[in-house]
Design a binder for this molecule. Structure first.
Ligand SMILES: [Zn+2]
Length: 73
């Protein structure tokens, strides 16, 4: 199962947000339809950003470990 997390704080409490697209100004463009802006609102730090996607719990845990190490420097 894939895991989505906040790129800033690593939180997994994310709320999906679909931002307004410019589809209406390009009604015939399928390309534009495929570029819907999807962002996540972080429940912990309120960052609105694309989520970082991890393939497994282990990858997310190592991301968290690296983040803590970086913050300590
Ligand atoms: Zn966050």
């Amino acid at each position: 199962m894939k895991i989505r997390a906040c790129p800033r704080c690593g939180s997994r409490k994310l709320a999906l947000m679909e931002l307004p697209t410019e589809r209406e100004s390009h009604p015939t463009s399928e390309l534009i339809d495929n570029v819907i802006a999807v962002r996540y609102l972080c429940g912990d730090c309120s960052l609105i950003e694309e989520a970082v996607v991890f393939a497994s719990e282990e990858e997310w845990l190592s991301f968290q470990e690296n983040r803590k190490r970086y913050l300590r420097i």
